[in-house]
Design a protein around this ligand. Sequence first.
Ligand code: SF4
Length: 469
Amino acid sequence: MTLDDDHFHDQCGVFGVYGSKEAANLAYLGLHSLQHRGQESAGIATVEHGRLLIHRGLGLVQEVFTQDVLAKLPGENAIGHVRYSTAGGSHLKNVQPIAVDYSLGSIAVAHNGNLTNADETRERLESEGSIFQASSDTEVIVHLIARSRQPTAVDRVADALTQVKGAFSLLFLTADEMIAVRDPFGFRPLSIGRTKDAYVFSSEPCAFDLISAEYLRDLEPGEMVVIDQQGMRSLFPFASVNRKMCIFEYVYFARPDSALGGISVYEARKRMGRTLAAEQPIDADVVIPVPDSGVAAALGFAEAAKLPFEMGLIRSHYVGRTFIEPESSIRHFGVRLKLSPVREILAGKRVVVIDDSIVRGTTSRKIVKMLRDAGAREIHMRISSPPTRWPCFYGIDTPSRSELIASSHTAEEIAKYVTCDSIGYLSVEGMHKAVGGAGYCDACFTGEYPVPFRQTVPPNRRQLALVGV
Ligand code: SF4
């Protein structure tokens, strides 16, 4: 998936530092490594002398934070957040971390995921007098903490989170402690690492390399880790359920240099490619990926099919998020700006194109046209995940069901729409095998949602509707 008009967006990445004189700088670098999880806004909160300091803004991490800004965030503890959200000032109030004052002091929170009972909880709290500033689910958690009767911040966080359902990997920062929590299903990843003098938390361990932190472990689903001056302790405040980690993290969202739950994302993608080759064989001359997300799967496919792997499409890394289209008559301008074909590899060949998924089909159609224009004789699309038929309610920004081409079209019909010669998807079993079997949410492929929800549109669409976009 390569284009904004045909793309899943993960909603967030979180990063935390406890016990470093360079907390804000480390958080900045951590967020930079998590930039792929959200490009629309970024924020960091630190605490000094019991006072929370916070800076947030719309844009990439490097646009939101300058050296001057970071210098104004002193303190040894920090939490940070990157988020995907629709651009526009009206969304600034949803940018995280969120910080509030309440009866026990101040608390800041950074959240990756989506709550499935946010609407009901918000309605209940509003009917009891709570006033909400923004439309994010995270604010619901903050209100529940503020209203809790428990004696400590840790108890209040646990109390609040037993009242919410859905997906949450959360970092909390108070005057003297950091609390990291992963929901009982473990939908979203969260890992702990260690530098010489600090503990660090990250949505993905790939962020640890840049700051020379050692990866310690992933938080367990349902685990709450508290770090304060006494050290680190671990609590399990929720009723235990079967783990349901998001399988799409392996298919597309996570960075290939991350290992989640001890499984290398890169290796998992390669295995998906190998299995895809076995399940959907095709006579061809060359295997090419849709860069960057299809690369590891294409390597696996080529290896198993004993076909040459080539970079038949080159991705430009210097495309801004917005651009001016010179002439509206230049068709496929968006995709041409991001990808260009290598004619020498494609001309006269029977080409297998590997992509991780198809959302609406519009990008695939443009890519196929581009390959044909470059002289490809046959184009066979192979997708390293099953057809995406259902929206996600657990923290991934997906289009509604009617916009997902596979929800209403067979593989043959999709091939016809994208104008390729054949299309083949990985099976649900093949995908699970690549990540080691059970314990994964696969609802966007199967419709089997592990946590029920009330709303009929994905949370991000609901928020757009709320602000009238
Ligand atoms: Fe991940 Fe899909 Fe489940 Fe959402 S529905 S958590 S994207 S597997």
